[in-house]
Design a binder for this molecule. Structure first.
Ligand code: 3PG
Length: 403
């Protein structure tokens, strides 16, 4: 077991907490605060321990000076203040000689959120490349480091793994909860075990597909993933999103040969058109023409997928069945969520977009577990470990160091 926050001596200490506040923000408004809520338990615990709390997070991919205008974490400090009912100070500086002095002046229970750590990525990717100087600077701000950013635990950044080289470190409550849930429900799932996957790029999910196929009984595909498999079967998928790589197509053919009994692909679809934005049609999968784009699954696919869902004892969902944000193409995802809600299976939803769909369509209470991790959840399920968690020592190692 990794070093837990409850086993650390934290009373009155300066504690650096890596959160994942990579949340959707539009015009300064936070569109989904699930990840902010996930961080509250650790913060409240540190308040009880009279700590000075310094919060770090990245937001978005910061590549240019202009990106900094859209990726400030300031709105997060305001939302945190509302949720905690307590002042949350914000520092526009991330790496500045004044920062240690500012922290020195903080009172016990004060909370300070630093600006987006990826601002240090311009121009030299110091945060994302785990720069040693940046890691040491972050560590110099505190006495203890808490890794509470499950969704960033597959990234080796200065603020995730780098800092652990220099500070006693532990995992926070949010990370502990995620690991426990994923281990409990998905390590040895009760069978029949069904995996439902949507998503744009098949290349991003190939490793996961290959890891999950031997373990699951059914793999139901949709979106760009399914399109690529259909393309490998020589169906015309029109202008739909799919892989362009011949190598990937060959790989998909092999997967289909080995796992033809487990893989389920769409039989029909709702399509849009490349030239008329008002065009939508129902099509069987062998009727799609060159200018059409698959945007949702059709009724026959839904019937087939619902049968698999009814038989299942454990279900893992990553992705949606269509472009659910457009009401014309949201039927498949809504029908899927209803079927999952009415099933007796353990249902785990993993991935930022899937969890957003669950919230936006109003199914928050319907499933067994919602994992805040996107790439991190997928990587944990396929590889069984995460670099940002690996870097936190085991309980006994810390005990030895303390002696
Ligand atoms: C996520 O939302 O999956 C995490 O915050 C990681 O974000 P990243 O893919 O930009 O590193």
């Amino acid at each position: 077991m990794k070093q837990r926050i409850e086993n650390m001596d934290l009373k009155g200490k300066r504690v650096l907490v890596r959160c994942d506040y990579n949340v959707p923000i539009y015009n300064g408004k936070i569109l989904d605060d699930t990840k902010i809520i996930a961080s509250l338990e650790t913060i409240r615990y540190l308040i009880q321990k009279d700590c000075k709390i310094i919060l770090l997070s990245h937001l978005g991919k910061v590549k240019t000076e202009e990106d900094k205008a859209i990726y400030s974490l300031e709105p997060v400090s305001k939302r945190l203040k509302e949720l905690l009912g307590k002042e949350v100070y914000f520092s526009h500086e991330i790496m500045d000689s004044e920062l240690p002095k500012r922290i020195e002046l903080m009172l016990p229970r004060d909370i300070l959120l630093l600006e987006n750590t990826r601002f240090l990525d311009v121009p030299n990717k110091l945060e994302s490349n785990c720069d040693a100087q940046v890691s040491a600077f972050f560590a110099s701000l505190a006495d203890v480091f808490v890794m509470d950013a499950f969704a960033s635990a597959h990234r080796s950044h200065a603020s995730t793994t780098g800092v652990t080289k220099y500070l006693p470190s532990c995992i926070g409550f949010s990370v502990e909860r995620e690991l426990a849930a994923l281990d409990r429900f998905l390590q040895n799932p009760e069978h029949p075990f069904t995996v439902i996957m949507g998503g744009a790029k098949v290349e991003d999910k190939l490793e996961l597909i290959e890891t999950l196929l031997p373990k699951c009984d059914h793999l139901l595909l949709a979106g760009g993933l399914a399109n690529s498999f259909l393309k490998a079967l020589n169906f015309n998928i029109g202008a739909s999103l799919s892989t362009e790589s011949g190598k990937t197509i060959e790989k998909l053919k092999k997967i289909m040969l080995t796992y033809r009994d487990k893989l389920m692909l769409p039989l029909d679809a709702i399509v849009a058109s490349t030239y008329d934005e008002n065009y939508t049609r129902y099509k069987r999968i062998n009727e799609i023409s060159d200018n059409e784009i698959i945007t949702d699954v059709g009724t026959k696919t839904l019937e087939k997928y619902k049968t698999a869902i009814r038989e299942s004892k454990t279900i893992f969902l990553n992705g949606t069945l269509g472009i659910y944000e457009d009401i014309r193409f949201s039927n498949g995802t809504k029908e899927l969520f209803n079927a999952l809600k009415n099933s007796n299976a353990i249902v785990v939803v993993g991935g930022g977009d899937s969890v957003s769909a669950v919230h936006n369509l109003g199914y928050d209470e319907a499933f067994t577990y919602l994992s805040v991790g996107g790439g991190a959840t997928l990587e944990y399920l396929s590889k069984g470990h995460l670099v940002g968690i690996d870097s936190i020592m085991e309980e006994k190692e810390i005990e030895i160091l303390d002696v």
